[in-house]
Design a protein around this ligand. Structure first.
Ligand code: MSP
Length: 685
């Protein structure tokens, strides 16, 4: 509501994305949650809700501390820099969030401290101090075991760090009964339904108390009256959902907090469900605060069957896609192609195919076809509707059905289902136009009223398609809306208040530039790939002109013929020519430790090597299979070129290069290694 004097009678709807770790730049997988929430937010606004939509950045913790150390800057500088990248990306993607929370803000520190103080008053036994000893993965922020024996992270395989210190603990073990009662009485608390069973079994198998503070870390919010401790990860991060809307401001929180809390929906990826569906309600119960209504855990975006994640190096970035095909293309692809709730594969090829088939040839073509006919046959004015009930009802009835169905599907988070329905309406309108041949009717003056009726129905159908698609495709629909001569802003429309027939005869329609320009598939793919390589490796790669399936790749000496000649590979230096120190400094070399190695099917010389380079594990394809057995490499220290543009070989990505020497062109490759001890990640200079 713009006018504060008008009482806002809308029902509130508060939804959140997780707050994103600010230690690296977002990829398509991270953007997924935010795009989905944006669709929900826009849909809810159009169905009459007063929406608050929160996102933000998770800026504390040891991984931030370490990433900053590696970059040679302070944690504050690192998070400032990365936070901006998130904000810029959300702007590029048109994310309509209303609140952005940074966990390093003063406001958040106050909120977390308020929550713990409140808990200590309302549930004095819920928090206690004790010695903690256990293994922890600092990369995944995951407790691996609560005993000091060495243990590897089940997610990334890296060795867990030993933690041994006094901590504050939250007595989670005492909340099992109340949590199980919650799942029983409000089964919709966890969605989709099958995830509820996972959560229940986890709680039934016995809950352990969890540590919620650290002494060994500096980069965090100090514990009230005990500043040697800082809050640790989840207590800090989860509380951001309340901070963003004003928890901690005054006794009962701000007016906004009182309006919007509890959240209607926390949208998250499946790997963080335990924290949201077990820890979070327990923290809130202990503080006697209302619980969120729903936690929805979606699946992962996979890249070649593995979770897209920076630590695996198998990521696609949103910016190139948006710059080449537009924002709608990425949104449409993710929501149409992936069945929401399940894992889905990301493929650049499928993205472009969808763009061409459904957006350029589908919606874009239909809109320009209808508008051009109105311009041509009706002097650019919306014609009179047909006389009914005797007239054709095809479009009217289809619109009525799809409106209802799409709404139910979106409310139920079945986005691909909703888009399928809306596309069935697009096809119906398309066929209706083709079958009725307005161009023939226009040639016969006796058919004028029939022609008008056909064009009115097509145009009104298009208007309804535009309304239904706006949450998914805010860019093109806005343009079509304006071309249809509609005055009010599309985002302000209430679906229920624009029934069939709202399109006024006589409305002046405008020109529509192609909303989805036609593209060449191969060229588009190459442009996106080149831009992605530039993000991975700024300034390093010449624009790639080969496709992603090219054999180009970077490996040690002894790689299969042609492997070093990938897109962007520099010309071979003239023998004996000198380079400057600056030339050499462009090559980033680091110590790596081989975590695993295996043969690559169908390639005699290639090994797929997973190598820990300190802050991530990289997949490198190395042409050393004839010289080394995979098992003898595990644990070995190697030198990795870490800033080489990734290349694909045999359908697999190689993200770096192992240094090796060889005597002569056909000599056996011998890996470069170290005689003395040196940790993974150390720079080789
Ligand atoms: N900081 C925590 C969340 C704290 S919430 C109180 C975190 N951050 S994250 O940056 O790792 O992830 C943010 C969101 O991105 C999560 O919902 C996560 O599931 C999602 N995704 C990251 N990679 C993804 C895919 N490959 N596919 C789908 N979603 C993914 O977790």
């Amino acid at each position: 509501m713009d006018n504060p004097n008008i009482l806002d009678t809308r029902t509130k709807y508060y939804l959140t994305t997780p707050i994103y770790y600010a230690n690296s730049r977002p990829h398509v997988g991270s953007a997924y949650t935010t795009i989905v929430c944006d669709v929900i937010a826009r849909h809810r606004r159009m169905t009459g809700f007063d929406v608050a939509y929160l996102t933000g950045t998770d800026e504390h913790g040891v991984n931030i501390e370490r990433a900053a150390e590696k970059a040679g800057i302070s944690p504050a500088e690192l998070v400032d820099r990365n936070q901006k990248i998130f904000v810029e990306l959300w702007k590029l993607l048109g994310i309509s969030y209303t609140h952005f929370i940074r966990t390093t803000s003063m406001q958040h520190a106050r909120s977390v401290q308020t929550l713990v103080r409140r808990t200590l008053i309302r549930s004095p036994h819920a928090i206690y101090k004790a010695k903690y000893e256990g293994r922890y993965c600092i990369y995944d922020n995951l407790y691996i075991s609560d005993t000091p024996e060495p243990a590897d992270c089940p997610n990334c395989g890296r060795a867990g760090e030993l933690i041994s210190e006094e901590n504050y603990f939250f007595r989670l073990s005492e909340y099992a009964d109340r949590l199980l009662a919650l799942y029983r009485d409000c089964p919709e608390f966890v969605q989709p339904g099958f995830r509820l069973n996972e959560v229940k079994s986890f709680v039934e198998s016995g809950l352990k108390d969890i540590s919620i503070s650290r002494k060994s870390i500096k980069w965090g919010i100090p514990w009230p009256d005990d500043p040697e401790h800082v809050f640790y990860v989840w207590y800090d991060a989860l509380t951001s959902y309340m901070t963003g809307i004003g928890f901690g401001e005054g006794e009962a929180g701000s007016e906004e907090f009182r309006r919007y809390w509890p959240a209607n929906l926390h949208m998250i990826g499946k790997e963080i469900i335990r924290f949201h569906a077990v820890y979070w309600p327990a923290f809130l119960m202990a503080a006697e605060l209302p619980l969120p209504h729903h936690v929805f855990a979606h699946g992962w975006l996979l890249f070649e069957q593995e979770k897209m994640s920076k630590s695996k190096g198998n990521v696609a970035y949103p910016e190139p896609i948006v710059k080449v095909l537009g924002n709608d293309a990425l949104r449409y692809y993710l929501l149409r192609e992936v069945v929401f709730g399940q894992d889905g594969n990301f493929s650049r090829d499928a993205l472009i195919t969808r763009y061409i088939a459904d957006l350029a040839n589908g919606l874009g073509n239909l809109a320009s076809r209808i508008l051009t006919m109105i311009e041509k046959y009706c002097d650019s004015k919306v014609p009179d509707p047909p006389l009914r009930p005797s007239g054709d009802q095809t479009i009217l009835l289809k619109c009525a059905a799809v409106r209802g169905e799409a709404r139910t599907l979106i409310d139920g988070h079945n986005f691909s289902g909703a888009l399928e329905k809306i596309w069935s309406l697009i096809s119906t309108i398309d066929k209706f136009v083709t079958d009725n041949k307005p161009w023939d009717l226009a040639a016969d003056s006796g058919q004028k009223s029939r022609l008008n009726g056909i064009l009115y129905d097509s145009c009104e159908g298009l208007r309804i398609v535009t309304l239904l698609l706006y949450p998914f495709l805010p860019n093109a629909t806005e343009k079509i809306w304006v071309a249809l001569g509609q005055t009010g802003k599309l985002e302000r429309q209430l679906i229920d208040e624009t029934p069939w027939g709202s399109l006024m005869p006589g409305t002046q329609i405008g020109k529509l530039e192609p909303v989805y320009p036609r593209v060449d598939k191969k060229e588009t793919s190459e442009r996106i790939e080149a831009m992605e390589n530039e993000i991975r490796n700024p300034g390093a790669a010449a624009p790639a002109t080969t496709s992603s399936t090219s054999a180009g790749g970077a490996t040690a000496a002894g790689a299969p013929t042609g492997a070093a000649a990938g897109a962007g590979a520099a010309a071979a230096p003239v023998p004996g020519a000198k380079i400057t120190i600056d030339d050499f400094a462009k090559v980033e070399l680091r110590v790596g430790v081989v975590k695993s190695a295996e043969k690559v099917q169908g390639a005699d010389k290639l090994l797929k090597v997973m190598v820990d380079i300190g802050d991530e594990v990289r997949q490198v394809l190395a042409g050393i299979a004839l010289a080394y057995a995979p098992e003898e490499l595990v644990g070995r220290k190697v030198v990795v070129v870490t800033n080489l543009a990734p290349r694909k070989m045999r359908g697999q990505e190689s993200n770096g290069m192992l240094l090796a020497a060889s005597d002569g062109a056909d000599g056996k490759p011998v890996l470069v290694t170290f005689a003395e001890d040196i940790p993974a990640g150390a720079k080789v200079k």
